[in-house]
Design a protein around this ligand. Structure first.
Ligand code: DOR
Ligand code: ZN
Length: 346
């Protein structure tokens, strides 16, 4: 196959930050994707509908002239979120989900939830109104091994949640383990998952190949090879429960290459090409379109995009860095070749 034309994809999990970082990061995504679910973990977090709508305006203003892109906004759940906020969000028509960050789990999660049971009234309102719950599925606590956090979250938090609020539509974000694949596969239709390019392509060995690799560090952290294989098998299975969510999470080079480096892979510049490479590795390119462009829209109840993009079988080298908010940023796969290239739109 020398080219692959498909429905324009969407990114169902994206961090684009704010201010100068937003202006630098956003064009990379808008070049590839028609829409993206915008994560709310700013400083301060986007906890209210009014804040989300203001953030949406800043995103639209940061979009280079001539680029079409629709930000799908979310709210950041806290212990104090009121059920009425769900009504305001839903009624705005511009907010598509509420995100759970367990307090302390990841970047800007300090204001996150300390005990999910405190949020049950909010979650019940979300179930009533059909608002999607987007879950960072890791237990926290310095006593818990980072490689076990997702599997423990499923047992300790997710299974009880689904039993207690059965009608809630939820997405287990950026899944990384066989346990998550098995759980989502066996759950009812209201349970789905997003999958990142790094968790399709890399195992935890990539954190240490030839030395410490901060640009491969994200949360949930990369896992063993058997888990990567399970995650890639889920992405390429054709199941409508699994869809594209890059979790592209930009951090300046100096914040990654540090004695306490930030978590996040900046995959936006080559996102689709990275997924294409992963799908081709298991002979599943024919399933890329459904994963990237159909399943997410269907789950969220949104129309599929009508425009198309083309990937060309043309080797290219991902740039080593890009300008970023007064400094630079290193993309995932920097300096390495990819066999597929997104054709530029004229
Ligand atoms: O690696 C990550 N980076 N995981 C997250 O959950 C948050 C994200 C970020 O915002 O940097
Ligand atoms: Zn994320």
């Amino acid at each position: 196959m020398q080219s692959l034309t498909m429905t324009r994809p969407d990114d169902w999990h994206l961090h684009v930050r704010d201010g100068a970082a937003l202006s630098a990061a956003l064009p990379h995504t808008a070049r590839q994707f028609a829409r993206a679910i915008i994560m709310p973990n700013l400083k301060p977090p986007v906890t209210r509908t009014a804040q989300a709508l203001e953030y949406r305006q800043r995103i639209l203003q940061a979009l280079p002239a001539g680029m079409a892109f629709e930000p799908l906004m979310t709210l950041y759940l806290t212990d104090n979120t009121a059920p009425d906020e769900i009504d305001r969000a839903m009624d705005s028509g511009l907010i598509y989900g509420v995100k759970l960050y367990p307090a302390g789990a990841t970047t800007n999660s300090d204001a996150g939830v300390t005990d999910l049971r405190r949020c049950y009234p909010v979650l019940e309102r979300m179930a009533e109104r059909g608002m999607v719950f987007q879950i960072h599925g890791e237990v926290t606590g310095s006593d818990v091994d980072p490689f076990d956090r997702e599997a423990l979250f499923i047992e300790q938090i997710l299974k009880p949640l689904i039993a207690d609020v059965p009608g809630l539509k939820l997405v287990l974000e950026h899944i990384t383990t066989r346990q998550a694949v098995d759980f989502v596969s066996g759950a009812a239709d209201n349970v789905a998952a997003t999958i990142t390019p790094q968790h399709c392509l890399l195992n935890r060995g990539a954190l240490f190949s030839g030395g410490l690799r901060p640009h491969h560090y994200c949360l949930p952290v990369l896992k063993r090879e058997q888990h990567r294989e399970a995650v890639l098998a889920a992405a390429t299975s054709g199941s409508a429960k699994f869809f594209l969510g890059t979790d592209s999470a930009p951090h300046a080079r100096h914040d990654k290459e540090s004695d306490c480096g930030c978590a996040g892979c900046f995959s936006a510049p080559a996102a689709l090409e990275l997924y294409a490479t992963a799908f081709e590795s298991v002979g599943a390119l024919d399933r890329l379109e459904a994963f990237a462009s159909h399943h997410g829209a269907d789950f969220y109840g949104l129309p599929r995009n009508t425009s198309q993009i083309t990937l060309l079988k043309e080797s290219w080298t991902v740039p080593g860095e890009f300008p970023y908010a007064g400094g630079s940023i290193v993309p995932l796969h920097a300096g390495q070749q990819l066999p597929w290239r997104l054709q530029d739109i004229q």
